[in-house]
Design a protein around this ligand. Structure first.
Ligand code: MLT
Length: 304
């Protein structure tokens, strides 16, 4: 009998793949063999010595103390790609929100309540006030050509955008094989200089903390629109504030609300909804459970 501790609510369509005659699953139980979690921060808790494996139903592993796990011989799994479609759709929605003020316009439309005969002329006014721009023909720069970056690039290309890409961890030769829609460029400067929109799709690592900083903002076009559905820490917020206030950054759409960012105009913060879809939750849970079972039952490690 394997004991699995869940530190977050895990999608039941994944969890049910643990056969109950062989597995005991609970949010609290003594001496668990393994842990399955979503975004619970494990850094501050003691990991029981019985734990052999940790599976994150999600892509990023920055909520897991990888070094500590490695020292203790604990295998860590994640589910890269399993929620990539959900995040890709969020990136495209973010890009559309950055180019048309749908949120402002929808809030403004509420003021029409009770305006009676004045509504048609007010609507005409609203049409002028909330006029936006189209994304067709604009250049999208994709930083990070993993599963999400490539899907976002392909979707943007289908919307007739020019898509350029760069990955700090990949050779141009390898990156070129991933998508026919992306024009892969040699360096970040070339990429940033051309972009009307930028989507950041790299992991948060010690090396990438504050990756988008004042030096990178200086390379960008004035009024550039930036989408961050990866991790808040990838952008230096003090430098972002300056870049927004100077008009260098026209819009910043982030999936990571932060006190400072929430105060800024031209920032739209979303409460980490990129992968919050039924489909993504299910796909991640299934992949996490399948990997965990394969490890516990057969000793196989497919992704760690
Ligand atoms: C991920 O790391 O998979 C995404 O940020 C989604 C999430 O964790 O909610």
């Amino acid at each position: 009998m394997f004991k699995i501790q869940t530190l977050n609510k895990i999608d039941p369509d994944g969890l049910k793949l643990f056969p109950l005659d062989n597995y005991e699953i609970a949010s609290e139980l003594p001496n668990p063999d393994a842990i399955v979690l979503r975004s619970f921060k494990m850094h501050d808790v003691e990991i029981p010595s019985s734990v052999k494996a940790v599976a994150r139903a999600g892509a990023g592993v920055n909520n897991i103390p990888i070094e500590k796990c490695t020292e203790k011989g604990i295998v860590v799994f994640n589910t890269p790609g399993a929620n990539a479609n959900g995040v890709k759709e969020a990136v495209i929605a973010g890009m559309l929100m950055a180019s048309r003020d749908y949120i402002g316009a929808a809030n403004w439309a509420k003021t029409l309540i009770g305006q009676g005969d004045a509504v048609p002329s007010l609507v005409e006014q609203g049409k002028k006030n909330f006029a936006g721009e189209e994304i067709k023909g604009k250049t999208l720069a994709v930083i990070g050509l993993g599963a999400i970056g490539v899907l976002a690039a392909n979707a943007a290309s289908a919307l007739r955008m020019n898509v350029i890409g760069y990955d700090p961890y990949m050779s141009v030769k390898h990156a070129l094989k991933l998508s026919r829609e992306v024009k892969v460029v040699e360096g970040i400067q070339v990429l940033l200089q051309q972009a009307d929109f930028i989507t950041i799709n790299i992991p948060l690592l010690p090396d990438t903390k504050g990756y988008i900083n004042k030096d990178k903002f200086a390379m960008m076009k004035d009024g550039v629109k930036i989408l961050n559905f990866a991790r808040g820490g990838l952008v230096d917020h003090a430098d972002l504030k300056v870049a927004i206030e100077s008009g260098k950054v026209g819009k910043y759409i982030t999936d990571f609300p932060d006190e400072e960012c929430l105060k800024l105009d031209n920032v739209i913060s979303i409460p980490h909804l990129g992968a919050s879809t039924k489909e993504s939750e299910t796909n991640c849970a299934i992949m996490a459970v399948e990997q965990m079972r394969d490890y516990l039952e057969n000793g196989n490690i497919k992704n760690s």
